[in-house]
Design a protein around this ligand. Structure first.
Ligand SMILES: Cc1ncc(COP(=O)(O)OP(=O)(O)O)c(N)n1
Ligand code: 3NM
Ligand code: MG
Length: 240
């Protein structure tokens, strides 16, 4: 099975050095992988290309060290150059996540090839319409949000008039039904949101602070994974 066919975005950690309260990014990534997170995205708005490549390498090694290279997907946020440079160094990195202001998905696909993951953040305004009309052939999943306003990304959900528009569970359910590709939801997601979010029919949740800023990141990650498995109709029920 190709990495595109077996993509699992049910428990998705987005993380970079600015999110960990000074703790090593790799410890948090290792904890998340160990308790069952299925996707890791390296995201930093402050790290240099060199630092991003190093983080990607360490994350790739952490995934391999846990024996999960075939099941945990490693993506880089925004930086096609970092993915390409990492691959040139022999690092296993599965693809990229881009938003509406980033490098177009067609370009990402052209450079990364068919056996790579390209995730796209759907437009916050006119999202339902967008999901119905966009050509999804180059995209593996939609990242949508925010569920709540979040200090991790204060500009997310900004509508045309500059107000933050959060997503209701009702709207998320509609998007889940309409979307021809998997959908992952984030933005202020905490443990308490998981039961309702899981019931919307989306394919997963993504978090930064709920894990990376937690007093005990491993416990927080474990709680999230267990809650998702408990409440999501599509999830494996192996922990029940
Ligand atoms: C899984 C996932 N979904 C959405 C985003 C946000 O991407 P974008 O809108 O490009 O914003 P930045 O993350 O680049 O600030 C994401 N990173 N991951
Ligand atoms: C990277 C990102 N994208 C978002 C979106 O809505 O598109 S929200 C977000 C940050 C999510 O961080 P936290 O889990 O700490 O709220
Ligand atoms: Mg982006």
């Amino acid at each position: 099975m190709s990495i595109r066919e077996k993509l699992d975005i049910s428990a998705y950690l987005v993380v970079g050095p600015e999110n960990t309260k000074g703790r090593p990014v790799m410890t948090i990534i290792k904890d998340a992988i160990e308790v069952g997170f299925t996707c890791i995205q390296i995201r930093s708005k402050v790290a240099s290309a060199k630092e991003m490549i190093k983080l990607t390498q360490q994350a790739s090694e952490a995934i391999a060290g846990a024996g999960k290279s075939e099941e945990v997907t490693l993506l880089v946020n925004d930086r096609l150059d970092v993915v390409l440079a990492a691959r040139k160094q022999g690092i296993k990195v599965d693809g990229i996540h881009v938003g509406q202001e980033d490098i177009p998905v067609e370009v990402c696909r052209e450079y990364l090839g068919e056996n790579s993951i390209v995730g796209l953040s759907a437009r916050t305004h006119e999202m339902l319409e967008y999901i119905k009309t966009v050509d999804v052939s180059q995209i593996d999943y939609f990242g949508i949000g925010p569920l709540h306003e979040t200090s991790t990304k204060p500009d997310c959900g900004l509508d045309l008039d500059g107000k933050v528009i959060t997503r209701s569970f009702e709207e998320i359910s509609k998007i889940a039904k309409l979307s021809p590709i998997p959908v992952v939801v984030g933005g202020g997601v905490k443990l308490i949101d998981i039961p309702q979010l899981a019931k919307t029919g989306v394919d997963g949740f993504f978090v930064v602070s709920a894990v990376a800023e937690a007093d005990d990141p491993k416990q927080a990650a474990d709680d999230l994974v267990r809650a998702w498995k408990l409440y999501a109709p599509k999830a494996h029920k192996d922990l029940q």
